[in-house]
Design a protein around this ligand. Structure first.
Ligand code: GLU
Length: 475
């Protein structure tokens, strides 16, 4: 048997990271077992489904590297098949036409609530002769659900879960307007797509009992089910916008790497020993459903940020350079030419050591794409007092004579500091402020070497030419 899983989002908004984790688990499970991972867009609710939401799902999945093995299936294209199966159930006596009016249904509900019973359809058309059908009313089709016994799901995460059939009423499978209900459409599609394992959020668990009844009525083999706990916020409530970012594309925007987000989502609710950093290849090798926990997972943004820093350090410098260039594209005052690109690439190893997100990385690299005079941070401005300027003037003379290699520059700076009885930092800090406009940067010798002599001296000259920004009347 070929394992086939699917991710079946309803395109009514963003791609929530809970959905992304469901997609990831389905993807990993299929890959681990040499099977296929499919995507079904559940767009039957035409009023709420939008093209934009579909695009967001496809974009998010592509960014996460969770591409399906077949073109996505759009549930809305399958209405005729859904109706066909409903009619087959009708013909086989497993379903019936229900002519109850909206008013009757409302009364039924209100009566049940008054008597403290769960609001259920009372089965009034279940055994009634259709000849009694009132004229002019289009019927809905309801499943003739078993009334005795129980429905048991051997859930691969939750274990056996059961419900007495008497608890479930005869659900509508085809509405009076001929459209399928969600529960029915999912069963027909999962069957036709030959899905072997349905891995989804545990908010769908109660749906599964009803879906199991449709499988049974059709005589179809049920897929195996695995209901995974939802993601909660730190306060234990279901994760929502008020906890922080929840949309996959928002995490991308905030500078997270897809491999870091996948690693984090994997570890959220799945474990393999103590392994924290798990690559895609290892995840495929190790993932199985028995490692999925039953308790709700709690989103920890700090932990995600930590993982992101780890993945940033491991990421390819050319790729990070392209990311940084793209992020800097909207920043005014930058010259994003080949010179800037080469500088950013050359300095990427120390830059990526210091950043936790691509946003921080781009911020810390922006100085490499500037022309003097550079904007100064407040701390850098305060540092560049008259004494520091005098020091920079002398230092510029030394730099004009020094070979621009990190080693030669480091030696020259050490010698310069020593000759003045200063610590290296006392020389490096004003120099750093002049070269970068900030008080933190990669090592000063590497920064100097990457900028090159002409650019470094031009930056120092611009500081010396500018009015003393530390004097009280400077603005
Ligand atoms: N379309 C459903 C949702 O977005 C998922 C259905 C399923 O996985 O069976 O919640």
């Amino acid at each position: 048997m070929t394992i086939r899983t699917r991710f079946a989002p309803s395109p009514t908004g963003l791609l929530h990271i809970g959905g992304a984790r469901t997609a990831l688990f389905n993807f990993l499970f299929a890959r681990h077992h040499g099977g296929q991972f499919l995507l079904r867009i559940e767009d039957t609710d035409r009023a709420r489904s939008t093209e934009a939401a579909i695009a967001v799902i496809l974009e998010g999945l592509a960014w996460l590297g969770l591409d399906p093995d077949e073109p996505p299936l759009f549930q809305s294209t399958r209405a005729a098949r859904h109706a066909e199966v409903a009619n087959a159930l009708l013909a086989a006596g497993h379903a019936y036409r229900c002519y109850a009016s909206a008013l009757e249904l409302r009364e039924m509900r209100e009566q049940a609530l008054k008597e403290g019973r769960p609001p259920r359809y009372d089965g009034r058309w279940r055994d009634r002769d259709p000849a009694e059908a009132p004229p002019g009313i289009a019927p809905a089709i309801r499943l003739k659900a078993p009334r005795e016994g129980e429905t048991v799901i051997e859930d691969l995460v939750q274990g056996p879960v059961r419900v007495a059939n008497a608890e479930l009423d005869d659900m509508i499978i085809l509405r009076s307007d001929g459209t399928p209900t969600y529960l029915h459409a999912v069963v027909v599609d999962d069957h036709d797509m030959a899905i072997t394992h349905v891995i989804r959020g545990d908010d769908h668990l109660t749906n599964t009992f009803r879906q199991a009844q449709i499988y049974q009525a059709m005589g179809w083999e049920r897929p195996r089910f695995a209901h995974i706990p939802l993601i909660h916020g730190a306060d234990g409530a279901k994760l929502s916008k008020r906890h922080g970012a929840v949309s996959v594309l928002e995490f991308r925007e905030q500078g997270f790497l897809p491999e870091a987000l996948c690693n984090y989502l994997l570890r959220l609710g799945w474990g393999h020993g103590d392994a924290e950093i798990v690559s895609r290849a290892d995840a495929i090798r190790l993932f199985d459903l028995d490692g999925v926990g039953r308790g709700a997972a709690r989103m920890d943004y700090a932990k995600l940020t930590h993982l992101n820093a780890v993945w940033l350090r491991a990421a390819d410098d050319a790729r990070l350079t392209a990311e940084v260039m793209a992020r800097l594209a909207g920043v005014p005052g930058l010259r994003l030419d080949d010179v800037a690109r080469a500088r950013i690439l050359a300095l990427m190893p120390p830059l990526k050591e210091r950043a936790r997100t691509l946003v921080e990385l781009a911020d810390s690299a922006a100085f490499l794409a500037r022309e003097p005079p550079l904007p100064l941070s407040e701390k850098a401005r305060a540092l560049l007092d008259p004494a520091a300027r005098a020091l920079l003037r002398d230092l510029a003379a030394v730099l004009a004579e020094t070979a621009f290699t990190p080693d030669a520059l480091a030696a020259a700076l050490r010698a310069f500091a020593e000759a003045r009885g200063k610590k290296l930092g006392e020389v490096a800090q004003p120099l750093r402020a002049a070269l970068t406009g900030a008080t933190t940067s990669p090592p000063i010798d590497a920064t100097l070497a990457v900028l090159g002599r002409a650019a470094a001296l031009a930056r120092i000259a611009a500081i010396l030419a500018a009015p003393d920004a530390t004097s009280p009347d400077a603005t």
